[in-house]
Every structure is written in C-alpha cells, then in structure tokens.
Design a protein around this ligand. Structure first.
Ligand SMILES: CC(C)(COP(=O)(O)OP(=O)(O)OC[C@H]1O[C@@H](n2cnc3c(N)ncnc32)[C@H](O)[C@@H]1OP(=O)(O)O)[C@@H](O)C(=O)NCCC(=O)NCCS
Length: 153
C-alpha cells in the first residue's frame, strides 16, 4: 500500500480497502456466475486493525451462498507488515451481495453452488441468516416509507 492511499493519520484510507474488497469479491462472483455480476449490497464491513503504508495487502474471496440470480461473497483482507516478518494480520472482513446480469442489465440465473465440506455448509447457513435479515430490513424500510407517503398524501 502506498502513500497516495493514506488518510490524515498516515494509515491506509478505509475506502481504498473497500474498493479492493469489492474488486476481489467481483472476481469471485463473475467467475462463479460465468459472466457479469454487479454489486447489489455490501454489509458487515468490519475494520479490525489499521493497514499501514508499505504493508502488503492480501484479499481473498469466496461465494458463500447462491440463490436464483444473487450470490453472497465473503471477503477477508490480511496484511504482511512491511517492517516485520510475523503472522499475517487480519485487517478486515466483509459480506457482499452480487447479482448476475445479462447484456440488457436484467437479472439472470446463476449455477447451483456445490457444498462439499462442513465449513462450506456453515458458510452457507450463516449466509442464509444474513440474507433473511437483509431482505427483512429492506421490506421493513419500504413498508415504513409507504406508510409515511400515505400519511403525507
Ligand atoms: C442489483 C440489481 C441488478 C437488482 O435488480 P432488481 O430488479 O432489484 O432485482 P430483483 O429484485 O429481481 O433481485 C434480484 C436478486 O437480487 C437479490 N437482491 C437485490 N438487492 C438485494 C439486496 N440489497 N440485498 C440482498 N439481496 C438483494 C434479490 O433477493 C434477488 O435474489 P435471487 O434472484 O437470488 O432470489 C439492480 O438493483 C442494479 O442494477 N443495481 C445497480 C448495481 C450496480 O450498478 N452496482 C455497481 C455499483 S455502482
């Protein structure tokens, strides 16, 4: 990570990490979807430790869950400190929703996700819980907006 990515404190700006997280998740989603997929939502981005200028950032992503056209991708960002040989430091984690789209921007089906290991099963189950929460929150907010629109009409 370079000086141009630093914030006022001299650490790397969180927005730069978020872009790399989104880019890496996009690679996973596009490969799994066998074509274009767009970011629909990003949630639970947790910054756990600062990234310093000079650190070597490693970002890894995997598809945790797939529905009809959407996928949840889990991303983990770690660094090697530039000035010490230590264990990699976990700096951030995030979950993103991608939706596979066709040439006209409409949604399209994604392949079935194959679940083989107990860890993949755990990721899938936890992603289902997050999806239910996301959809419920979106519906609750839409409902509340409809109510306030009706009250002011
Ligand atoms: C993402 C997008 C294609 C969804 O289109 P849409 O018409 O709302 O699609 P639908 O309502 O049919 O939903 C499609 C799927 O996405 C899921 N989805 C959409 N928004 C979601 C959200 N905020 N959270 C969780 N899931 C979401 C739906 O549950 C559905 O899943 P499923 O097909 O697996 O059951 C559309 O909103 C879009 O193009 N957004 C802009 C994306 C973009 O440009 N991203 C780059 C950043 S600039």
């Amino acid at each position: 990570m370079s000086q141009s990515e630093a914030n006022l404190l001299g650490n790397v700006h969180g927005g730069n990490i978020m872009k790399m997280v989104d880019d890496t998740a996009g690679v996973s989603a596009n490969r799994f979807a066998q074509g274009p997929a767009v970011t629909a939502a990003m949630d639970e981005m947790a910054f756990l430790n600062p990234v310093r200028v000079g650190d070597v950032l490693h970002v890894s992503a995997q598809v945790n869950w797939a529905g009809t056209s959407s996928m949840e991708v889990g991303v983990r960002a770690e660094v090697d400190r530039w000035d010490a040989v230590t264990e990699r430091v976990h700096v951030a984690s995030a979950y993103l929703v991608f939706v596979a789209v066709d040439a006209e921007g409409g949604t399209r089906r994604v392949p079935e996700l194959s679940i083989e290991t107990p860890e993949e099963r755990r990721h899938f189950r936890e992603a289902e819980i997050r999806r239910a929460n996301r959809l419920a929150r979106r519906e609750a907010i839409d409902h509340s907006r409809r109510e306030s629109d009706e009250a002011t009409a």
